[in-house]
Design a protein around this ligand. Sequence first.
Ligand code: PGA
Length: 267
Amino acid sequence: MIRAMRDVIVAANWKMHTTPAEAGELARSIASRTRVAGVTRVICPPFVSLATVGEALSELDADVGIGAQNVHHELQGAFTGEVSAGMLAGLASWVIIGHSERRRDAGETDELIGRKLGRAVDAGLRPILCVGEQLDEREVGRQDEVVGRQLRGSLGDHDPERLVAAGLVIAYEPVWAIGTGRTASGTDAAAMATVIRQTLAALGFPAGGETLPVLYGGSVTSAAIGEFMAEPSIDGALVGGASLKPDEMAGIVARAGLTAAARGSTE
Ligand code: PGA
């Protein structure tokens, strides 16, 4: 069964929270409270805390991936304040790309996001590509078209096999659900996962995109996660606000573990 082959992933996006002085302790606390079989855990702290989080997790011997929240689309050069994929060597093995806050605040386009994706893959980073529609787009029923365009615009120039080999993950994050306390329904998220895989299939991804994990993101909490993990097409969550709270992360990863166990037993 193809579904059983997909990783169940819970990724924590700390955004612009935590100083290096705070980050190690928070990472330790989350890592020690989320040891659940079958769930791949990833923590994405700010750039300046990547090293501290890495040290904290290696002391614990915790099997937790570390991710950056962004990466530049050029290898190096006169780009003040930016961080290249090569600079992340030894600090991160994952990277979030195309988060809606960067599309909004840094004007990232699908084309630029596609270039970042290429740099990430070349550097051996596992990318989490974020897509999702705005509220006004959903209200007029344009979510499929918007997400399809985002995927085509950022993935279209890449070799699908190479992205699969790099472990590409897609996070469906409706913009209106991010940081708002309002989540999509499990059914809507599952429908979007189908749209995402149909687009991947049309782009030539092997097995019609069925091997790629699709996460849901947007106001995920320990109370809300069950609805998403109950959907066979959803493989985990990208968690923002709740990922700063070890109690919440414990609940979210525990629930994801139930899905991982259920999938494993149906293999
Ligand atoms: P949120 O953020 O959980 O705070 O809504 C999710 C995200 O932006 O990745």
